[in-house]
Unconditional design. Sequence first.
Length: 384
Amino acid sequence: MDTVLYELKDYKRTGSLSEADMAELRKAADILGSGGLVAFPTETVYGLGGNALMKDASRRIYAAKGRPSDNPLIVHITDFDEIELLVAEYSDTARKLAEAFWPGPFTMIMPKADIVPMETTGGLSTVALRMPSHRVARELIRLSGVPVAAPSANTSGRPSTTMAEHCMEDLAGRIEAVVDGGSSDIGVESTIVDVSGDRPVLLRPGAVTREMLRAVLGEDIAVDPAVEHPLEKDVHPKAPGMKYRHYAPKAPMVIVTDGTEDRIADRMLSIAEERLSQGLKTGMIASEEVCGRLIRLKASKELPFMSTEVKGPILLYRLGELLIINIGSSSDEESWARELFAALREMDACGVDYIVAEGVDEHDIGFAVMNRLKKAAGGNIISV
Ligand code: TXA
Ligand code: MG
């Protein structure tokens, strides 16, 4: 199958949808309406969309991603009126959270209505609903005329995609089309809250933070143990997707965290040098501040030739077999969120054998960033 790329040229340049862009979106929407699969941008990451009410579309989504079919999909809508068609129960708590965070990077698990096929919910009696805020996602869903089931548009297990190029990399030949609307703003997947039980539970951290949830709920939200201890054997996550190795680059990875910039830089470089001395191509992901220190430290030992490259959103330094990605200021967790998956993919593209990454503070969206980093590193963390 040839995968068509619909590039929204004017939207990418100006942020508004021209007539020409709308014509492209209509073609993509027709594909969705007739049961085909289309990857499209949202404010969090790109989604791999199909008609959520068609069993076959959902089955094809699992096949295209290589995803286990017990891992349910998120159903995307554009209107508050659609909620009650898709859920069996819309509680007061759910209503309050929907009003506070929709449209936006927020997903709620609710008891499903019969109309939602088990193929879409991975056999569960609950459904995940999200109302995205991204202009392109909203127009596409609205034009398709159906609720759109969309997991992240990556091959199962790989880092999620935040650019159309990355969707093509993983899914070309397996889906009908990709809509290119530029880079996703947030960069990590939506916050998931389960409101199907007695009290709301956070299943996956995202840009709607614990602090923001507390402001609406009036108390701290319960956090699923699998979020804090993702890798303990006897912890069974309530979001089936969180149990799989996830967000993972091909190379093994370690996180260095909890220390001054100097201590972090020292430790990162000593780990990297050990790996380099074993003949391994080594990649580092670090804050702007630590990058500066790393480069000075490295230069004080020998004088490597350093080249700088800009690859999409990524700023990459090459010092021989050592690659360093500057992911933004350590106080700018939003920049980490935006660039993390592209950075992990760049490490794969460069063919590194080992990755050393710096950790971030776990407040606000930093909590979501650390959650993804920990999963990518398989829990391999060093505090300095
Ligand atoms: O930001 C996002 O949420 C993106 C964009 C495309 O909207 N989508 C996304 O979907 O991240 P996906 O499939 O990669 O992640 C969905 C997660 C999985 O961990 C899945 O197990 C969980 O949501 N999930 C879905 N339905 C569920 C349910 N009924 N109960 C518990 N967890 C559920
Ligand atoms: Mg995913």
